[in-house]
Design a protein around this ligand. Structure first.
Ligand code: GLC
Length: 721
């Protein structure tokens, strides 16, 4: 805290301090939106005082520089203390120029790209007056039924941490003009919601929490993230927002985080619904005891902190600390020097959706796409006579993902437009079927088939609607709809040259598609330039290099399924995958192996791994070993490859995963080019939370793997002595 912020604090009354801890929608301060104010408007349920509301410290979710200026001016005009407000926004994967969903960006295995994309989003958002983004979301996920897997980086703690660091650095930079503060979320373990149902019960041991779910948040804190958002769910039976062990003991005392902690939307009050708080007063007490600073969109603090203080349950010092964290953030954002900070409508119009930003968004979509199958039909030849473009996702801009922020569907390049940018009138379009997951309407299939019959090849755009994933958008069936399979089967009867382009916010259980489609290019939800990126990949202007960071199951019944699992005492051996071995950890009816494993993704070229070496057979604490491999491009296209390092701790005081990602490097090789990739192995990488809940590396044998995906085999062993 600074002298300046302490002086500001000293001038506030208790009521004003308390109101500074509240967060309402920014629309509250924009009369022109015709949304009545906080007393009668969307936040009327909060029943905040119509004068003190102009002392709330922050607000959320409004798009547009001009309206942000209006909110800023109206707020300061009516505020007594005139402390500049800070505007926050869900800038999750782009602000106006949208890039792919985070599960796609993670699949790029490209830290620099993730950082660059976040930097672009920060610039566009800062020009619209946004100062804080509620991102990165780093919740580890293992269940594709959960709608919010699209915002995550997947199932691996290390990769999630690397993407968290890169994204925080991208948003925050040097906290300069075009930077915004990042807010890592949702603390903690929101991705472990049982049955993949949003907001559902989370029940993980402290050891699992620390081993798998906490590391990525810690990476964001170590990268200097300015804020942390608590999650809706319980951890160990206590809602995160009032979980003193999680927030005060671990986040603040153990990790040393002294920044702003904000609740998720109305989560403070939802402690009552959880059955963890008797009423709003107890909800306020629990949150304040857990050291929550900002209450988003509920008003327990405003209504009860004064009373709790009068009863001696909380102290003014606790309130002061929370206010000072918010004031210190405002000072660091430069808001106390220039309350308009970075908003600039003219510059925003020039920068947002600029050629450069579109090019970067396109690059993001190209590098995140994953080639799941290719029997040789891809890449398509530009000399093709005609292309039948078919499918419910072929001619729509609704390929953003569910966090559209300022993105607009009509500013998005559709696959139809993207293909026509390369082939012009050679592209013929038919919808084929509707996107609704429950549509049984086959009336469009005949038209699509006759088009397919009369074209050289077919690009078939299938998958999900962008609103079938994201918050509150969970699915109990994650295969393609029957009508999409009917369309595919009918088309294959008249034309074998079919490339399926998949649009999805999650891994899908598409074993049936994998069996019938000649090629599958997964574009995820690619954003504003999705159509151009798809076309560039389909025609080989760009070679696919993405690799999935969340396992694709064969069928839903395998979920949760993830690569970094334990062996169990009765593992089914990989060589028996398709055999029935009854008394093993296996199924009667299907193999254990997933459809596509973590780290998997094909290319148009081929890569040969050779000369895998390890620099030694033993390692003492403090030593390091070097693992390296030669990778050669043995195919016909210059291409990128994400080389992965895995390590297995063969025995521990607690059981250890069959392998864990501990490094990755994305390289680009010309045809015929060979390069050595080396990874340093040190003791820190071998540490884990052991039986005594100590974070240590235990002596013993370790196996080392280098390969193109998590199916790679160990090539060496060493002993930590
Ligand atoms: C939502 C989400 C959270 C988001 C917040 C503000 O409910 O859970 O991720 O940042 O509310 O929109």
């Amino acid at each position: 805290m600074s002298q300046r912020t302490k002086e500001i604090l000293a001038k506030l009354t208790l009521d004003e301090k308390i109101y500074h801890l509240e967060q309402v929608t920014t629309a509250t301060f924009v009369p022109s939106l015709k949304k009545p104010n906080v007393v009668t408007g969307p936040d009327s349920a909060l029943k905040l005082d119509e004068n003190l509301v102009f002392e709330v410290g922050t607000s959320l979710n409004l798009i547009g520089a001009e309206t942000m200026i209006e909110a800023h001016d109206y707020y300061l005009k009516n505020s007594k203390n005139k402390i500049p407000p800070v505007f926050m926004q869900d800038v999750i994967h782009g602000h106006r120029t949208l890039y792919p969903i985070n599960l796609a960006v993670a699949a790029s295995f490209n830290r620099e790209l993730a950082k660059e994309l976040a930097g672009m989003a920060a610039k566009e958002a800062s020009l619209d007056g946004v100062s804080v983004t509620f991102a990165p979301m780093v919740d580890l996920v293992r269940d594709p039924r959960w709608g919010r897997v699209m915002e995550s980086s997947g199932e691996d703690p290390y990769l999630n941490g690397e993407m968290a660091k890169a994204t925080v650095q991208g948003y925050q930079g040097d906290m300069g003009k075009y930077n915004i503060a990042a807010c890592v979320k949702h603390f903690a373990a929101y991705g472990a919601a049982e049955a993949g149902r949003d907001y559902n019960t989370v029940d993980v041991s402290e050891r699992t929490l620390r081993e798998y779910y906490l590391p990525a948040y810690k990476s964001a804190v170590d990268a200097g993230v300015k804020m942390v958002m608590t999650a809706f769910n319980i951890v160990d039976g206590v809602p995160c927002v009032g979980n003193k062990h999680l927030v005060k003991d671990i986040l603040r005392d153990e990790w040393g985080f002294d920044g702003v902690v904000i609740s998720d939307y109305s989560a403070v009050e939802e402690q009552i619904v959880h059955g963890a708080a008797e009423d709003r007063k107890e909800a306020a007490y629990l949150a304040m005891e857990a050291t929550l600073d900002i209450e988003m969109m509920s008003s327990c603090y405003a209504k009860h902190l004064k009373e709790l203080m009068a009863e001696g349950k909380i102290t003014e010092e606790q309130i002061d600390k929370a206010v000072l964290r918010i004031l210190d953030l405002k000072e660091e954002l430069g808001a106390l020097d220039n309350s308009y900070r970075t908003v600039n409508p003219e510059e925003a119009k020039k920068i947002q959706l600029s050629k450069e930003h579109r090019a970067l968004a396109r690059k993001g979509a190209e590098e995140s796409a994953v080639l799941l199958k290719n029997d040789g039909i891809l890449p398509l030849s530009k000399d093709v006579g005609s292309v039948a473009l078919i499918g419910p996702n072929a001619n729509t801009g609704a390929i953003h993902g569910s966090w559209q922020c300022g993105g607009k569907i009509d500013e998005t390049v559709t696959v139809y437009e993207g293909l026509r940018n390369i082939l012009g009138d050679k592209v013929k379009y038919a919808p084929g079927c509707y996107i609704e997951y429950n549509s049984e309407d086959t009336s469009l299939i005949d038209e699509a088939c006759s088009l397919a019959e009369n074209c050289d090849c077919v690009v078939l755009c299938l998958g999900e609607h962008q609103d079938y994933s994201g918050e509150g958008n969970c699915r109990a069936n994650i295969d393609l709809p029957e009508v999409q399979y009917k369309l595919l089967d009918r088309i294959l009867e008249v034309n074998k040259n079919v490339a399926v382009v998949l649009f999805t916010g999650r891994p899908l259980a598409i074993e049936r598609l994998d069996k019938t489609a000649p090629a599958i290019l997964n574009m995820w939800m690619p954003g504003t330039e999705g159509g151009n990126a798809s076309a560039n990949l389909l025609f080989g202007n760009v070679v696919p290099s993405g690799k999935i960071t969340m396992t694709f199951p064969r069928v839903l019944g395998q979920c949760p399924i993830y690569y970094n699992h334990y062996t169990t005492g009765r593992p089914k051996l990989p060589e028996d995958d398709y055999n029935r071995v009854r008394f093993t950890s296996s199924y009667l009816d299907i193999p254990n192996s997933p459809l596509y494993p973590f780290g998997y993704g094909l290319s148009y070229t081929s890569f040969e791994y050779s000369d895998l070496t390890l620099s030694g057979e033993t390692m003492k604490a403090g030593d390091k070993l070097i693992a390296s491999a030669k990778i050669k491009n043995t195919g016909k296209y210059k291409a990128k490859e994400a080389v992965q390092l895995y390590i297995r701790d063969v025995k521990g005081s607690c059981v250890r995963p069959v392998k864990e990602l501990k490094g990755f490097e994305k390289i680009e090789l010309d045809v015929g080019e060979e390069r050595t990739v080396s990874f340093e192995i040190n003791e820190e990488m071998l540490k884990y939370w052991n039986k005594e809940l100590k974070f240590v590396a235990e002596k013993g044998e370790f196996e080392v793997f280098i390969g193109k995906d998590s199916n790679c085999q160990a090539f060496a062993k060493f002993n930590l002595i």
